[in-house]
Ligand binder design. Structure first.
Ligand code: GLU
Length: 237
């Protein structure tokens, strides 16, 4: 279990993501990566090893956009490598995800997805989540995520991006921490408060099973059965 981040707003997502990854470094990790929506596509850059490896790669291939997600990995399934680093996408990066934790039933899910013609790039348990979203896509991002959550078992914090809904990040958690930082015309997702503290002190702490739909000017939280919840804003002192 390592670190997760998300940004949606008017700023450059990469700036928050890289700074946030640095602030989550203390949790330990073996690889790091980010995904940003840029020119109609979700682009991914990820590298094994220290954060500086990712920063170097981003110097020659900068990702510029106003919405993105980031991850530091502590490998549980598949060796530390560029390919196994997160974010992971389906074949076309229609759905791109970052995951901390373990998808316990990924073997069965993967077997089934392979039969349906999905092509996997990594050895991770996490990659099934992106392919499942693509497979179960019903044209509604939120409903698709709920369909994915209905079939995966395990512990997770999970953040989803979808190229057909490029103003929205959806995140959820079970047995892993996840918070949402509430800004002005920008919102932040992180596994830990220090990652957002320079940007906002107003946060939502997600409870297990809750699903948040995060846009730059709104955060809506739902229960596992899809009903809206009114969350209390916590002020970090
Ligand atoms: N199980 C996933 C992997 O091995 C996520 C590990 C983590 O929490 O960083 O890629």
């Amino acid at each position: 279990m390592c670190g997760i981040l998300g940004y949606v707003g008017n700023g450059n997502a990469s700036d928050f993501l890289i700074e946030g990854l640095r602030r989550l470094e203390y949790r330990g990790y073996d690889s790091a990566g980010i995904a940003v929506y840029e020119n109609g596509k979700i682009e991914i850059e990820k590298k094994a090893g220290r954060l500086v490896n990712l920063e170097k790669a981003l110097e020659s291939h900068p990702l510029r956009g106003n919405i993105g997600i980031g991850h530091t990995r502590w490998a549980t399934h598949g060796k530390p490598s560029d390919v196994n680093a997160h974010p992971h996408g389906d074949e076309n990066n229609h759905f791109v995800i970052v995951h901390n934790g373990i998808i316990e039933n990924y073997m069965d899910l993967k077997k089934d997805l392979l039969k349906k013609g999905h092509v996997f790039k990594s050895e991770t348990d996490s990659e099934v989540v992106a392919h499942l979203a693509e497979e179960l896509d019903d044209g509604d991002f939120f409903s698709t995520v709920r369909k994915v959550l209905a079939v995966i078992d395990g512990s997770y914090s999970l953040v989803f991006m979808h190229d057909a809904d490029p103003d929205t990040i959806i995140c959820t958690k079970k047995d892993n921490p996840l918070i949402i930082g509430l800004g002005e015309d920008e919102n932040f997702i992180a596994s830990d408060i220090p990652a957002v503290i320079n940007y906002t002190r107003r946060i939502y702490i997600l409870n297990g099973g809750e699903i948040a739909v995060v846009k730059k000017d709104s955060v809506s939280v739902f229960s596992a059965d899809g009903l809206p919840i009114s969350k209390k804003v916590q002020e970090v002192t």
